[in-house]
Design a protein around this ligand. Structure first.
Ligand SMILES: Cc1cc2nc3c(=O)[nH]c(=O)nc-3n(C[C@H](O)[C@H](O)[C@H](O)COP(=O)(O)OP(=O)(O)OC[C@H]3O[C@@H](n4cnc5c(N)ncnc54)[C@H](O)[C@@H]3O)c2cc1C
Ligand code: SF4
Length: 496
């Protein structure tokens, strides 16, 4: 008899060790570790999603005839030891895990692992590709993925004649409603959910779960079907837009299910391909979405395994500011964009990519927030948080703490960008155009200050040089620096 140990981000019977196991012979082990649960103040919806998905998965396995040993233990190791003492398995096997820490844990505990097919790109395949390149450009990797996996291909050419329709997908928000994007499905909370919610630690943050996030395979498939049938045809044009009155736009919100294993990337892309083949989805929408999944998602996972564990500790810009209070409490800030973005995190544990990158990440970048602190905050606050995707996105993409290994330029922006892509600035107490004075937009001030502070580093960067030279020519540079110092002081003391 073998034991198959399934972790909370491997919840799928079709992958790795579980796919190879036999329910009439083998036992499944799942462990809830008290140490992990108590390790930080998790957002309620994040912790609920994780625990409820695990418990529902165990219930579904039992219903399908599996023997499941579901343990509540002080640590993962203690859970395994108690299981071995009681069941004496011949061997303990698991699917290759998704984090450096879990890999080390399996090695330490002597757990055998089998290759994971939870992703579309084996780790060794990405490393082999990377070894042949001078620069690891996402676009090069993505095109190779299209050819290798065959999505949206006409023989050897890209369907529609172009590899990338990104330029069609950067529209600002529509001027007025009604918005065309249907509301996402909501599932009723059941007895398992109630049990999880009742036992959430007292220091959990954010609002209580409402059924927004799928916690079973059936709910995940319902979300996928809703997205492909009703939303995907609109995916793309407003991908980067932010609207105070609409939190989801045409995003899929499938990231939590993809990261937990409730959905597999291949089946998600197959559903998109079928809808495209049936003429129900324009090429720009299908391509825009497929690029996120077979491109960005697989690319950041490849980089994670290529560069960890050192990568998580990089801090090339020497950013040491503790996480400002506004990230943990949206109620007092007068920055309308931050109030909305952090408020969304509080109420749903999720925002789409642009609030993460161009508002919250941008503020952390231009204010010089410590990358480790920012990663920790995102890690505990977002329902889809997973180290393999969060670390490259925070350290590399957002905070440029890797010195440009992942993104060739820092995603720094002032109020003008946020005004163009969102609808917050009109009602804000600050003036997005002003960089000095009491009403100056903190983003605009800090953006110019960031360019001045790091001008030596970025002046020769072909994608940044023009902006840096413009900053160097500012006649009010001293006033900008002074206002930036005041803004940072207010940010640190929670008065901004
Ligand atoms: C600072 C920062 C932190 C992030 N942290 C996470 C995280 O912890 N977990 C996470 O899943 N995503 C993270 N992302 C990526 C991205 O923001 C989310 O995947 C996306 O917003 C999830 O919403 P969605 O499912 O509606 O995505 P959609 O817009 O519908 O995109 C479809 C899918 O593509 C994948 N995807 C899109 N962009 C990325 C990306 N940059 N990296 C990897 N996969 C991507 C996701 O699986 C997503 O579900 C982060 C981005 C930034 C800038
Ligand atoms: S003016 Fe500045 S602080 Fe206010 S919403 Fe616009 S970008 Fe945000």
């Amino acid at each position: 008899m073998a034991t198959v140990w399934v972790l909370g981000d491997q919840l799928n019977v079709a992958i790795g060790a579980l796919a190879a196991a036999d329910p009439s012979r083998d036992t499944v082990l799942m462990v809830e570790s008290a140490r992990k649960i108590g390790s930080r103040p998790w957002h309620r919806q994040r912790l609920h999603f994780y625990l409820s998905s695990m418990r529902h998965f165990a219930a579904d396995l039992r219903a399908a005839g599996w023997r499941v040993d579901y343990r509540h233990a002080p640590t993962m190791g203690a859970g395994l030891a108690a299981h071995i003492a009681e069941h004496s398995p011949d061997r303990v096997v698991a699917t290759e895990p998704n984090s450096v820490a879990a890999r080390a844990m399996f090695q330490r505990l002597g757990v055998e692992t089998v290759a994971s097919d939870q992703f579309l790109t084996p780790i060794a395949d990405f490393a082999a590709w990377a070894a042949t390149r001078k620069q690891l450009k996402m676009e090069d990797f993505y095109r190779r993925q299209r050819v290798r996996l065959g999505y949206l291909m006409d023989g050897e050419a890209p369907a529609g004649g172009q590899w990338n329709y990104d330029h069609e997908n950067r529209e600002p928000p529509p001027k007025k409603g009604p918005w065309p994007w249907p509301a996402p499905p909501v599932s009723a909370l059941d007895a398992i959910d109630a049990e999880v919610i009742a036992a959430l630690p007292a220091d959990s943050t954010g609002e209580a779960p409402t059924g927004t996030w799928a916690v079973t395979r059936a709910q995940a498939l319902e979300r996928l079907d809703h997205f492909v049938s009703n939303v995907l045809p609109m995916f793309g044009p407003h991908e980067d837009a932010m609207l105070a009155g609409n939190w989801h736009l045409a995003h899929s919100m499938l990231s939590p299910c993809l990261n937990s294993g409730l959905l597999l990337p291949g089946e998600v892309c197959d559903a998109v391909q079928r809808a495209f083949d049936a003429g129900r989805v324009p090429i720009a929408s299908a391509e825009g979405f497929i690029r996120q999944v077979i491109g960005w998602r697989e690319y950041v996972r490849g980089l994670y395994w290529l560069w960890m564990p050192e990568y998580a500790h990089l801090n090339e810009l020497g950013a040491t500011r503790p996480l400002p209070p506004v990230f943990r409490d949206s109620s007092r800030t007068e920055m309308a964009c931050m109030k909305w973005c952090v408020g969304e995190v509080e109420s749903r544990a999720w925002t789409h990519h642009i609030p993460r990158l161009m508002v919250m990440g941008n503020l952390a970048l231009i204010a010089g927030v410590d990358p480790g602190e920012m990663t920790e905050w995102m890690w505990e606050s977002f329902v889809d948080g997973a180290e393999w995707v969060m670390v490259p996105n925070v350290v590399g993409m957002s905070l440029h703490a890797d010195g440009g290994r992942m993104a060739t330029k820092p995603y720094a922006a002032g109020g003008a960008y946020i005004d163009r892509m969102g609808d917050f600035c009109k009602g804000c107490r600050y003036d997005r155009k002003a960089r000095t004075g009491d009403d100056a937009c903190p983003f605009t001030t800090l953006y110019w200050d960031f360019l001045l502070r790091h001008s030596e580093r970025f002046v020769r960067n072909p994608r940044m040089g023009t902006q840096v030279r413009a900053a160097q020519k500012l006649s009010d540079a001293d006033a900008v620096r002074q206002r930036a110092a005041d803004v940072l002081q207010m940010l640190d003391s929670g008065r901004l």
